[in-house]
Design a protein around this ligand. Structure first.
Ligand code: TXA
Ligand code: MG
Length: 338
């Protein structure tokens, strides 16, 4: 199958392919999604196949409005959900709600009684959903286990030949996937941290807890996706928690005689002697830029067969740093330089 690159002038064509049950990747403010008509179980099944994704891991249903949600979700948590939607949508917030009886197929929900809903902040994708007239399922448009795509080229790299098209809209703004909030637990619970923080959510709906700790052996995680190995490049990632530790980390990695790359902010790259490094990648000058660029950096190093270690800059576990460290820890298997 030839994978077509679409731009803003091709939205009608992309919507037509989706209506036929084909797969088209779409841009959002977080990462690119792999789109299919959420009301077509065969199309949703094809999403799992294209990604190589385990079928017990449910899909996010992307909508163009709050109204579209209530065609599929039961109204049990409508008041609190509406507050969140009015404040944060379109934006990087996914809300878990109970499904109205028989309104979504098992293929979409992974057999759960709940489903994940999100209205992405991207005009092309909102138009695409409007033209299709139906919600889009959309997991991140990467091969399962690889870093999520933040550029159309990342989607093409992983999925060309397997999907009908990619609606391209340049680099995504945030770079990390949405905050997943479960409204169906006794206290609203963050299942996956994202750019929207616990404090921001609590300001609107009161107490919010988080449960995105590392899943222990034998434990059943509430967000099925959180148990899988994610974002892992071929090289071993080693997190350097404090900027002051980079020199010691460099001394250590050079003693191992293994090849290595360094991923850090400009200020750190500039002060180190990196003449022995196989490659370097700049995370820009802030936590925002580091979040925006993290997956692109991991993917760039993955194209280079020669890199055995990646020294990657950590961050404080606060605000956006919680989401950044959640993804970086997964890519590193929680491996920190000590
Ligand atoms: O930013 C994002 O959320 C991106 C863009 C494309 O919207 N999408 C994304 O989808 O990251 P995906 O499929 O890679 O991650 C969805 C997460 C998974 O961890 C999944 O297990 C969880 O949401 N999830 C989906 N439905 C759920 C449900 N009913 N209950 C609990 N967790 C659910
Ligand atoms: Mg994903």
């Amino acid at each position: 199958m030839e994978t077509k690159m679409f731009t803003k002038n091709d939205i009608a064509q992309a919507a037509k392919l989706l209506a036929e049950g084909q797969l088209v990747a779409f841009p959002t403010e977080t990462v690119y999604g792999l789109g299919a008509d959420a009301t077509n179980p065969q199309a949703a099944a094809a999403v799992y196949q294209a990604k190589g994704r385990p079928s017990d891991n449910p899909l996010i249903v992307h909508v163009n409005s709050a109204n579209m949600v209530w065609q599929y979700a039961a109204p049990t948590y409508q008041n609190v959900a509406t507050k969140l939607m009015q404040t944060f949508w379109p934006g990087p917030l996914t809300i878990i709600l109970p499904v109205a009886q028989d309104k979504l197929s098992k293929t979409v929900t992974g057999g759960l009684q709940t489903a994940a809903f999100r209205m992405p902040d991207n005009q092309l994708t909102l138009q695409l959903i409007t033209q299709l007239g139906k919600p889009l399922v959309g997991p991140s448009a990467n091969t399962s286990g690889k870093p999520s795509p933040t550029l159309p080229e990342h989607v093409y790299h992983d999925l060309h030949g397997k999907i009908a098209g990619i609606l391209a809209d340049g680099p995504t703004r945030v770079g990390l996937e949405s905050t997943v909030l479960d409204l169906t637990s006794s206290v609203p619970t963050i299942l996956r941290p994202g750019a929207l923080t616990q404090e921001q959510l609590a300001q609107v709906i009161g107490t919010v807890q988080s449960s995105h700790h590392k899943v222990q052996a034998g434990e059943i995680p509430k967000a099925p996706g959180m148990k899988y190995k994610h974002y892992a490049p071929k090289a071993q990632v080693v997190i350097v928690d404090h900027p002051n530790d980079f020199e010691a980390a460099l001394t250590w990695v050079q003693q191992t005689t293994k090849t290595f790359a360094v991923m850090a902010t400009d200020a750190i790259l500039q002060k180190l002697d990196l003449s022995q490094a196989t490659a370097t990648f700049s995370l820009g000058d802030s936590l925002e830029s580091a979040s925006h660029l993290l997956f692109a950096g991991l993917r760039q190093f993955d194209l280079n067969e020669d890199i055995e270690y990646i020294l990657a800059q950590g961050s404080d576990d606060q605000d956006l740093g919680i989401a950044y460290m959640n993804r970086l820890n997964k890519s590193a298997g929680n491996n920190h330089f000590k």
